[in-house]
Design a protein around this ligand. Structure first.
Ligand code: IPE
Ligand code: IPE
Ligand code: MG
Length: 261
């Protein structure tokens, strides 16, 4: 996973190629999380039903999964369906689930070929049995892959995840003084994974919409007006370049002119 890997899938001499060459591969975000938003607006702009936006968004998922794996990102988390998204019309929800199922079927070989480990995070127990089956099948078949960890957040809610973790801690009878931030995080869906360094949101919305609330404590946030179905590898590269220009302070003072004082 490297510059060569990503250049292999970018048009030679293109703007994307020039951007990719600017990436510092020693300072990649370990975990990139994406709030894929704007499918409905993309469809509305074309006078199409909302579900056409979801359908078109699948290509963006392919681009980002392949792009991230080739760049050498260790963990990619895509927010596909929130616990709040059940408020949408039943036909939209069922189309989203159908598209997910189709995506998993058609992409399984690509995931295997690219050594990608797939898993779902969220309240999977509330999903239809056929979807649960498809998800666990994809997770089981890719479980021994050693490349990028690819999480899909499905029926996911950040607050629900934290409450769930607290319940399991109580159920296990963990004594209060054994609990600290590190131990608590081991009860989250993302146990063992690095926290997101970079959080991308499409469609210009400046909110986190209940996504990875615990884990994004110090994530760098990058918002683009691009609607999800228009998101391509180029945008991922732009986000990484912007991330690499950030001064991450974690509450301290990193600036060389200030740090020495
Ligand atoms: C993101 O697009 C997809 C999901 C949340 C499932 P939206 O469907 O939220 O699109 P907008 O925000 O209405 O444009
Ligand atoms: C966030 O998008 C959820 C997903 C991307 C799955 P929403 O469109 O549901 O979020 P809000 O309603 O704009 O906050
Ligand atoms: Mg939305």
């Amino acid at each position: 996973m490297s510059l060569d890997q990503i250049l292999a899938v970018l048009p030679p001499g293109s703007g994307e190629e020039a951007l990719a060459r600017q990436i510092d591969f020693d300072r990649l975000p370990a975990h990139v999380a994406v709030i894929m938003d704007g499918n409905g607006r993309w469809a509305a702009q074309r006078h199409l039903p909302r579900v056409e936006g979801h359908r078109a968004g699948i290509e963006s998922v392919r681009e980002v999964v392949e792009g991230s794996a080739r760049l050498g990102i260790r963990v990619l988390t895509l927010y596909a369906f929130s616990v709040e998204n059940w408020k949408r019309p039943a036909t939209e929800v069922s189309t989203l689930m159908m598209l997910l199922k189709r995506y998993l079927r058609s992409e399984l070989n690509t995931l295997l070929r690219n050594d990608i480990r797939f898993r779902v995070i969220g309240r999977t127990e509330d999903l239809a049995a056929d979807i649960q089956g498809e998800l666990s099948d994809a997770a089981a078949k890719t479980a021994s892959n050693a490349g990028m960890q690819f999480n899909i957040a499905l029926n996911y809610g950040g607050r629900a995840e934290i409450v769930e973790a607290a319940k399991r801690i109580v159920a296990e009878g963990l004594p209060a003084d054994a609990l600290d931030e590190q131990r608590f995080s081991e009860f989250l869906y993302t146990a063992g994974q690095p926290d997101p360094d970079l959080l991308i949101r499409t469609s210009g919305e400046m909110r986190v919409s209940n996504f990875l609330l615990w884990q994004i404590a110090y994530a760098e946030i990058w918002v683009t007006d691009t609607l999800w179905p228009d998101f391509r590898k180029r945008h991922l590269i732009e986000a990484i370049l912007a991330y690499q220009k950030r001064d991450r302070r974690y509450g301290g003072i990193n600036h060389p002119a200030v740090a020495g004082r």
